[in-house]
Ligand binder design. Structure first.
Ligand SMILES: Nc1ncnc2c1ncn2[C@@H]1O[C@H](COP(=O)(O)OP(=O)(O)OP(=O)(O)O)[C@@H](O)[C@H]1O
Length: 364
């Protein structure tokens, strides 16, 4: 399983006026399962097609280990690719479709049979192996496509572009965990494109977040949630996303409107910043433990398993996620505490520091 290294790789579809993927240096390490996560149009498919060789990048070089494959077409890269919609030989049986990538590479018959049966068992296809592919519904056909992508054990990487889009939602959970199981078994390098954070977070060892053609952060799911280094990651991951509260630094004090809400943990130049804190970590406290802000409750959403308390501080909106059945009332004025180790400062969208308690007013 190869390391896939992108060195200064960028792609423009319009002769360099705009960049679908901005020049990027990044390594996909062998045998890891990656999710490439980002909103529609951020460049995920372009990046995937650069790895597979369907697109030659406008700039930069692509390496599989030490081999420069920048000009090598897909067929010479030993890649398996699964697309959003089924790509199958409809007149062939499910068995023959799964066997095709192996037979094509002259894998011995016994080994073909072993791999086809193993993958079909894991994906729940063993009852339909003899059936013609066109007789299956679209969701099942896509599972066969997935199987074709995973059946070869010796590939440089398996690339999956939103492979579960046409699959029934109830089946998605099962398939994601099967995919994880197959990954553990084969040790493929997997790159799984999705715009769905749940899909990315449940499946991947490492999530690479792409926005406007640039990788803004990569890390384990918990790291992206607990310690976002870019505002976009704060918004895009989490439901609801991170609160972003416009604030101002003067000296070492951080203010929201006129209220002093905390201090800077490390010295920062004066001027505007945004305070980022996830709804899960905001605590509504009577004691006014710093850092935090005074806010007026504007509404409560009862979500069943939890409540979302909406509030405004100096006309900026923020949300606290609380236990279900909370007793806060609209128009009440409350103190919202921001735990210092979960609250960050952002400037020009990039994390630049963290918030500390006002002297002598921290929570024990
Ligand atoms: N063949 C093309 N010609 C011109 N522009 C393109 C082409 N393919 C993609 N683009 C543009 O490049 C940018 C990135 O597109 P890309 O399909 O890589 O994004 P994506 O994140 O995969 O989106 P989606 O999730 O909607 O598939 C978009 O602005 C898109 O309009």
């Amino acid at each position: 399983m190869a390391d896939i290294r992108l060195e200064g790789v960028g792609h423009s579809y319009d002769g360099g006026r705009t960049w679908a993927v901005k020049p990027t240096t990044w390594t996909w390490r062998g045998s890891r399962a990656y999710a490439l996560l980002g909103p529609s149009g951020c460049g995920k498919t372009t990046l995937l097609n650069i790895i597979s060789g369907l697109i030659t990048p406008t700039e930069g070089r692509v390496f599989f280990d030490d081999r420069d494959v920048t000009g090598v077409p897909t067929a010479g890269r030993n890649i398996a690719q699964v697309f959003q919609f089924p790509v199958l030989y409809e007149e062939m049986s499910v068995y023959d479709n799964l066997a095709f990538p192996l037979r094509n590479r002259k894998v011995p018959k016994q080994e073909v049979d072993r791999r086809v049966r193993e993958v079909s068992r894991l994906l729940g296809l063993d009852q339909v192996l003899g059936r013609r592919s066109r007789r299956l519904d679209a969701g099942r056909q896509q599972i066969v496509s997935l199987g074709r992508g995973l059946v070869r054990s010796q590939v440089a990487a398996v690339l999956l572009d939103e492979p579960l889009t046409v699959v029934d939602p109830a089946l998605k959970w099962t398939l994601r965990s099967k995919l994880k199981e197959i990954h553990r078994d084969t040790g493929h390098t997997l790159v799984y494109v999705t715009h769905d954070q749940t899909e990315a977070l449940t499946f991947a060892d490492e999530v690479v977040v792409l926005n406007e053609g640039a990788i803004v952060q990569a890390g384990e799911p918990s790291e992206l949630f607990l310690s976002p280094s870019h505002e976009f990651v704060g918004h895009f991951i989490g439901s609801p996303g991170m609160n972003m509260l416009p604030a101002e630094i003067a000296g070492d004090v951080v203010r929201v409107g006129r209220e002093e809400v905390g201090t800077v943990r490390e010295p920062l130049p004066p001027g505007p910043v945004r305070i980022g804190v996830r709804p899960e970590f905001v605590r509504i406290t009577p004691a006014g433990a710093s850092p935090g802000v005074t806010a007026r409750v504007t509404g409560i959403d009862r979500m069943g398993a939890y409540d979302l308390v909406h509030a405004t501080a100096s006309e900026h909106r923020l949300i606290a996620k609380t236990e279900a059945g909370c007793s806060y009332r609209p128009d009440a004025v409350e103190f919202l505490h921001f735990p210092a180790d979960r609250t960050f400062l952002f400037r020009d969208q990039v994390r630049c520091g963290s918030l500390a308690p006002l002297n002598g007013r921290g929570q024990a």
